[in-house]
Design a protein around this ligand. Structure first.
Ligand code: AVJ
Length: 318
């Protein structure tokens, strides 16, 4: 197979990390792609729509927990902390926390600079007294916190069950990196989705309106657009399956007929029924949540859940 070299002007437009991840993932057996690439502009819009779906309980459940237990977090964490949010994507939950705990500074970390600037500006308007110090970066890589918060104790904030996207080993590595970054006396407030009834889980990732299907299929459109692909959009179907052994929901794009396509000059073939595994969303039982945190160097101090036990919000101490 011949890999065509792109002209310099074209290479500029292509995100080399996107190209590498997709070519590598499609070359694997079984095929899989990292979920971070869902979130182009359209993907981020679709994710916002997902959070409002009747079937998608995590966002509204966690938001209600933050509203109800903000004062409990404030009591446990004390005043004057710098809140460091990992992956401050939509920041819609953040105001609830900030209002409750009255922090000394707010440091949102996100890989998308544009998004981060917009959401930081909006937050700074809502909290005019609060120093907002955004950091553009990948929190899976080593990074530095702003020097303005060097003397403040920190409260890490990792909402949305984003940790669920990671394999347990990688999740523990990330928790340890957060522990190192946030330092002595730090605390961590983390949201984790719980194991529950299988049908409820599947419905949350395969909604009746097809928004999650559109979110999954948008990856194909992004690959076609940004990596010069010719993947047939009607050749794929959205699948959400519960992998009980690994306690996770998996999203796949399943070939509905034999497919041949090209991406960035490389050729690929898929048999009918073969899938691209596009996301894993690990779920943790109450005790699993605590074990994961302790493995990552954090001592669970307090935890809150909704009446149905759908979602857990855990406060841990370094
Ligand atoms: C943003 C990773 C928490 O796993 O529930 C929602 C992403 N994927 N529907 C999740 C997602 C499909 C979401 N996280």
């Amino acid at each position: 197979m011949l890999l065509t070299e792109d002209a310099p002007a074209r290479t500029q437009r292509i995100d080399p990390a996107f190209r590498r991840d997709i070519l590598e993932g499609l070359g694997h057996e079984p095929k899989s792609t990292p979920p971070i690439w869902f979130y182009d502009r359209r993907g981020s819009e679709l994710f916002e729509q997902i959070t409002d779906l009747p079937e998608y309980y995590p966002t509204r459940t966690e938001t209600a927990l933050l509203k109800a237990h903000g004062p409990d977090v404030a009591r446990a964490a004390g005043a004057g902390r710098a809140v460091v949010e990992f992956g401050a994507g939509s920041s819609r939950k953040t105001p609830h926390l900030l209002r409750a705990i009255d922090p000394a500074a707010y440091v949102p970390i996100d890989i998308s600079g544009d998004f981060l600037r917009d959401s930081s500006a909006e937050l700074a308007r809502a909290f005019p007294q609060l120093p907002v110090l955004p950091v553009v970066g990948d929190f899976n890589q080593p990074l530095d916190l702003p020097k303005e918060i060097s003397s403040m104790p920190r409260l890490g904030f990792f909402p949305g069950s984003t940790i669920g996207n990671m394999e347990p080993g990688a999740a523990v590595d990330l928790l340890r990196a957060m522990r190192r970054l946030l330092g002595e006396d730090a605390m961590l407030l983390i949201g984790m989705d719980r194991i529950k009834d299988r049908d409820r889980l599947i419905a949350a990732y395969d909604d009746a309106q097809g928004v999650t299907a559109a979110f999954n299929l948008n990856l194909i459109e992004r690959i076609n657009r940004e990596l010069d692909g010719d993947m047939p959009i009607d050749g794929f179907a959205h699948r959400a399956v519960w992998n009980d052994e690994k306690a996770r929901i998996e999203m796949h794009l399943e070939a509905v007929r034999p497919l041949n396509f090209q991406v960035a000059g490389a050729r690929f073939h898929m048999e009918r029924g073969e899938t691209i595994h596009t996301e894993s969303s690990h779920k943790y039982g109450t005790r699993d949540q605590r074990v994961l945190l302790r493995a990552g160097g954090w001592d669970p101090a307090d935890e809150w859940t909704d009446a149905e036990g759908l979602f857990g919000l855990v406060l841990a101490q370094a």
